[in-house]
Design a protein around this ligand. Structure first.
Ligand SMILES: *Cc1c(COP(=O)(O)O)cnc(C)c1O
Length: 400
């Protein structure tokens, strides 16, 4: 009867209006514990059941509603939500790996995950980690060792929006007994569903488009395997204590209602911004998954259903001019993160070391990353045009 299950999950699915006096917005269960009619019923509480809640560090009705929606949105069996995207990412590692295990990771995954590996995973937990581009199946297969347990993916990855063939990598890893994990934040569940392509663990930060209003920090893991979910939620999350709070869960539930409408607007704006940038004489190169010029356009058309508001571009100028251009922007805020209503701009590699640049295989520290918010395409293009034109009118900065 319904052809778009995802839109129903964003809106009505799993809501129980009658239980809450017909309230169209679910209550925030701001409680730390739940009471039972008798001590025996407390002792026998079946915490595995959908309707049984005991203590807020383990589960909460508002938080649970969000988990059910996220699981449905990713075509997963179950989801667990966390107090941040990083709590979710590190939980995925802790729930799958043990001391002595080897991890493979793409080079351009979210930097704090790599820093977690070098600060904690390798020196304190006795894991080892090797990095690959993700673009070459042979390179991945050669890097897999007998003790490789997990492959960490992010596609599209931020910086230059590298896209990798998820179905092929998942199948190769499965053949070698390696679990696959992907940070699916860029696409949101609406534009890419990696579990359907054979990936084992999908991670989202809720702090970007899913929350959508730059007012909440949270993360999620979604899987199809029940015993893996037990390790994630019952073991690691319960003992590290990183569950998402009910108020934050409610904010994300509210964000989900408008996710589809917001993403359509972000996509439409970003498509026009990307074409405008590609046509500007000061711009050398634009990195956006929606452009036909993207080097993995064919893979994109197979595994993604849309494009969001994030992109990067390079100027035909030194990095100091990229910084000046950002400062000329009036509507684009100067700050990290993305996925909210607001437009943002920065140079994520401005202070990257030579070693880091070589490692990433990138040359330009002046790479500008922008998030196209909801201020309207004409306003954003106008702002970018005046900033680019004003830099073009000046002599190039002398590199420092
Ligand atoms: C922001 C971000 C994260 C981290 O999420 P937090 O909620 O800030 O911990 C992870 N991956 C990507 C791609 C992100 O943009």
């Amino acid at each position: 009867m319904f052809y778009d299950e995802q839109l129903l999950s964003l809106t009505h699915r799993f809501e129980d209006y009658q239980r809450h006096y017909g309230a169209v917005s679910p209550p925030v269960y701001l409680n730390s514990l739940h009471l039972f009619p008798t001590f025996e019923e407390y002792l026998d509480a079946d915490t595995a059941s959908e309707d049984c809640f005991v203590y807020g560090r383990v589960s909460n009705p508002t938080t649970r509603l969000l988990e059910r929606k996220l699981a449905a949105l990713e075509n997963g069996k179950d989801a667990a939500v966390f107090s941040s995207g990083m709590a979710a990412a590190t939980t995925a590692i802790l729930a799958t790996c043990r001391a002595g295990d080897h991890i493979l990771s793409m080079r351009d995954v979210y930097q704090p995950v790599k820093r977690f590996m070098s600060a904690i995973g390798v020196p304190r937990l006795n894991l080892t980690c090797d990095y690959v581009s993700g673009l070459d199946l042979g390179e991945i297969e050669r890097a897999i060792r007998p003790n490789t347990r997990l492959m960490i993916l992010e596609s599209p990855a931020t910086f230059v929006f590298t896209v990798v063939d998820l179905r092929a990598i998942a199948s190769l890893c499965r053949k070698h007994g390696v679990l696959t994990y992907i940070d699916n934040t860029y696409c949101t569940p609406l534009f890419q569903n990696p579990l359907d392509l054979g990936v084992d663990i999908v991670m989202h930060t809720l702090s970007k488009y899913l929350g959508g209003h730059s007012d909440v920090i949270g993360g999620a893991l979604i899987v199809n395997d029940e015993s893996l979910m037990r390790d994630i939620a019952r073991n690691v999350r319960e003992y590290f204590g990183g569950i998402l709070g009910p108020m934050e869960a409610w904010l994300v539930l509210r964000g989900l209602r408008s996710l589809d409408a917001r993403l359509k607007a972000h996509q439409q704006t970003a498509m026009r911004v990307a074409s405008f940038l590609e046509g500007h004489s000061l711009v050398r190169k634009v990195y956006y998954t929606g452009l036909p010029s993207h080097p993995q356009a064919e893979t994109i058309s197979r595994q993604m259903r849309g494009h969001t508001g994030l992109m990067s571009f390079e100027l035909d100028r030194p990095k100091e001019d990229a910084a000046r251009m950002i400062n000329q922007l009036k509507l684009f805020g100067k700050g990290c993160s993305w996925g909210g209503f607001e437009s943002l701009a920065l140079c994520p590699l401005y202070r990257a070391s030579d070693e880091e640049m070589r490692f990433l295989g990138l040359q330009n520290r002046g790479l500008i990353r922008i998030h196209c918010g909801l201020e309207g395409e004409d306003n954003l293009i106008g702002d970018l045009r005046q900033a680019l034109d004003s830099i073009e009118a000046c002599e190039p900065a002398r590199p420092q």
